[in-house]
Design a binder for this molecule. Structure first.
Ligand code: SAM
Length: 629
């Protein structure tokens, strides 16, 4: 527990006396002996303080800005595990970089639609299956709770959060939400119901989903006039109880109730224009209602499980600013495409709408070449963040150091200034002779791997271990006593919405890909029934280049996740038309077949591995050689 100053004690006493709520920042400082009447317990439930402290923040590396933003705000599309990204966004909030239209710090609205792994391949007895189901349940809850803790802290003091779930896990999640958000902040359980065919024979067909709506505090306001439902013509009559609904006379329509029955799911032809093809895509009308009710133009809206980007698309249309995060490459490219092809009206109708500038960031999987090209101060700032160091220049025995990792000193090796210098044993000897026993038991040096001339993770001198934090590869495991886990990309459509829990960071390693590109129908295949000739891409070799301390070996094609294709690549923006999942490709001998007429000028093909690394190829028709039909 942190020590409270006299002024703080006085301030708290005054608040209590005047019946005012205490600011959020006191939550972890005051030693409450809280005995809850009931609480949700499950295996491996971590303490909130530990979650907040132990989560890595991953710096954001800008990849590309779409549209020009001058020096102002650009909306943010972030590729990475949302937990690590949320911690980074928390820091941005603390630095005053996230503000709403009225200047309040934080985001005004959070909407999330987290996935629950549906495909569970269990072998073994029924008992084992039931047991596995429980584990999956607890793991999912903890996965969600961790994110909710950060989302709560990211919200502005008058913000709102909506958590979209289905009937399978909604009730557990409600208990978790009550704990994290405070039961008194619970505002609504919204039931979104729709129609559609069902094969259910042993139960009522499930045709609803649930959205839990929580306010951050009593300060949160709600724009109920903005979401009034227009009267149907014959309903324009004075207020009265009618047909089970309450009608009141209001020029804008009737109040929207906590059950939405007027938003179809994607079954109706009227929504054809809106369907992107991303599994679990939600209707724009649903998001429009949430965004109008709980934010104002210019406010920040955050979706940490963005998928096809419905939240961002609707936020654009309603003049809000947005931040979207997803750990799937397919989601990122889907969102990029969607944002660059927006239509003004909800439901993707009407005239084209040019999206406000937005920047795509990598968070956790970085481009080393880009990092190396940064000016020194930016490089230094980035790498300190990468290793969770505090940026605090200080001097010991005349040596300028860059910051701290915990209580230990950190030096960022200036490879740009001393171009020919290398970091060898002599360098460590020199440091030791100057610093001697003026430093602690651990001393950290961040340096490009290529500058380091020895293989050990650390060198011991006197009572100090001089640790090397190499870029791109490092000893993250030992450092944080946490296993490093990669982000995972799906290998089939079924997996697209699986949860991902990644820890740490890595650098992009282009996979080795060898393909044959040829014209003509592949052997043993029937014609494609199209006018042009068949064009075929046959993947012969696909190998990932993952750097790891333990040698990893994957068989050929085992690490392929998917192949995405833009048949008319404009040389600027990848606007994919087709996606081929590894599991499907395997069934067709790793052949991608398409009508050669589709190829318009040049095409771009992106081969993606399960770790999110890409190999990009640009091909023209002439690159496809003829082969016997
Ligand atoms: C149900 S979908 C969201 C669909 C979205 N509401 C829409 O309208 O398209 C859930 C998304 O969460 C993403 N996801 C899962 N785990 C994640 C994580 N740890 N970090 C970021 N995104 C994650 C998945 O890649 C998937 O795209």
């Amino acid at each position: 527990m942190a020590q409270l100053s006299e002024q703080e004690i006085e301030f708290i006493t005054r608040c209590l006396r005047e019946g005012k709520p205490l600011p959020d920042s006191y939550r972890y400082i005051i030693p409450f002996e809280s005995k809850k009447e009931y609480e949700l317990t499950y295996a491996d439930k971590e303490r909130e303080e530990d979650i907040l402290a132990d989560t890595f923040a991953v710096p954001l590396q800008p990849v590309k800005t779409f549209g020009s933003n001058g020096d102002g705000w650009a909306n943010m599309l972030i590729f990475g595990d949302n937990l690590q990204v949320l911690k980074t966004l928390m820091k941005m909030k603390q630095e005053g970089k996230l503000k709403n239209a009225d200047g309040t710090p934080g985001v005004r609205l959070v909407y999330i639609d987290p996935p629950f792994a549906t495909r569970q391949e269990f072998r073994g007895s029924q008992d084992q299956k039931a047991y596995q189901d429980k584990i999956m349940g607890a793991e999912f809850l903890e996965f969600l709770r961790k994110r909710l803790i950060f989302l709560r802290d990211l919200l502005a003091d008058d913000g709102s959060i909506y958590v979209h779930l289905d009937w399978k896990k909604a009730h557990y999640a409600k208990a978790s939400l009550d704990e994290v958000m405070g039961e008194h902040n619970f505002r609504n359980e919204i039931i979104w119901c729709y129609k559609g065919a069902s094969e259910a024979k042993d139960r009522f067909p499930a045709k609803h989903e649930t959205l839990f709506f929580y306010a951050k505090s009593q300060l949160t306001s709600f724009n109920y006039d903005a979401i009034r439902v227009p009267y149907k013509d014959d309903n324009k009559k004075p207020a009265k109880w009618g047909e089970g609904e309450i009608y009141e006379k209001h020029p804008l329509g009737t109040k929207c109730l906590d059950w939405f029955s007027d938003i179809p799911s994607f079954m109706t032809a009227s929504q054809a224009k809106e369907i992107i093809g991303y599994p679990t895509q939600k209707p724009e009308a649903l998001l429009a209602r949430v965004i109008k009710a709980s934010s104002n133009p210019g406010d920040l809206v955050l979706d940490a499980f963005a998928g096809s980007g419905t939240t961002g698309a609707v936020a654009e249309k309603l003049g809000r600013r947005w931040i979207m995060i997803d750990c799937g490459k397919l989601a990122i490219y889907t969102m990029q495409k969607r944002l660059l092809n927006l239509k003004k009206e909800i439901g993707n109708k009407g005239k084209p709408l040019k999206a406000k500038p937005f920047t795509l960031y990598n968070a956790g999987l970085y481009d080393y070449q880009k990092l190396k090209q940064l000016p020194w101060e930016e490089y230094r700032d980035f790498v300190l963040k990468l290793f969770q160091c505090r940026d605090e220049k200080h001097r010991i025995a005349g040596v300028e150091l860059d910051g701290y990792l915990g209580a230990d000193d950190v030096l960022v090796f200036n490879y740009q200034k001393y171009k020919d210098a290398v970091l060898d044993r002599g360098f460590i000897d020199d440091l030791y002779s100057i610093l001697g026993d003026k430093i602690g038991r651990r001393f950290f040096i961040i340096a490009p791997a290529a500058s380091v001339m020895f293989l050990e993770d650390y060198i011991e001198k006197g009572s100090t271990r001089y640790f090397l934090l190499r870029i791109p590869y490092s000893i993250i495991d030992e450092l944080h006593r946490k296993g490093f886990t990669h982000i995972k990309q799906p290998v089939s459509e079924m997996d697209v919405n699986n949860t991902v829990d990644a820890v740490g960071f890595d650098f992009i390693q282009t996979p080795d890909v060898e393909c044959e590109y040829y014209l003509g129908e592949p052997k043993g295949q029937v014609g494609l029934g199209h006018s042009g000739r068949g064009a075929v891409i046959r993947i012969k070799k696909f190998e990932s280049n993952i750097i790891s301390k333990k040698p990893l070996h994957y068989e050929n094609l085992k690490t392929l996740s998917m192949v995405m294709v833009d048949y008319s690549y404009d040389g600027e923006v990848f606007n994919f038309a087709d996606v081929f999942y590894a599991e499907d490709l395997k069934k067709q001998d790793y052949e991608i077949r398409f009508d050669s007429n589709k190829l318009d000028g040049q095409m771009m093909i992106i081969y993606i591995d399960i770790f999110g690394n890409e190999k990009r190829e640009v091909k023209r028709l002439k690159d496809f050689r003829s082969k016997g039909v």
